[in-house]
Ligand binder design. Structure first.
Ligand code: HEM
Length: 90
């Protein structure tokens, strides 16, 4: 049996430990991807505001639409900022 196969067999019986480095990395990656896509949503909402303003005063929901993705960007961004300091030594 290869070393990999032996390890896979061993891990199959072990309960999942949610504090492992891999699990931590998955979570961080998920936050980073969310931040990336939220930035696109935010950008589109800002562009929509400029477009809407060419037609006079835009409705309030258009004016405020960038605030929702921006609020989420703030929290995910602060988390990304803290990541290098939270990271445990290997
Ligand atoms: C609201 C407060 C925000 C905070 C505190 C924040 C913070 C951060 C931090 C710390 C990173 C990771 C930098 C690194 O480790 O290399 C990051 C990445 C990034 N931010 Fe923000 N950000 C904010 C808002 C925004 C906005 C408004 C946009 C664009 C519209 C944006 C777009 C991005 C993108 C595209 C990345 C790269 C993501 C990746 O690595 O794939 N962020 N941000």
């Amino acid at each position: 049996m290869t070393t990999q196969a032996v390890l896979l067999e061993k891990w199959a019986d072990e309960p999942i430990d949610h504090t492992t480095r891999e699990d931590w990395m998955n979570w961080s990656n998920w936050i980073r991807q969310s931040h990336r896509w939220l930035s696109m949503a935010f950008t589109l909402a800002v562009i929509a505001n400029f477009v809407a303003m060419t037609q006079g005063t835009p409705p309030l929901w258009v004016t405020y639409s960038p605030l929702a993705p921006l609020a989420l960007l703030l929290f995910t961004g602060l988390y990304l900022f803290a990541l290098p300091y939270l990271r445990r030594k290997p």
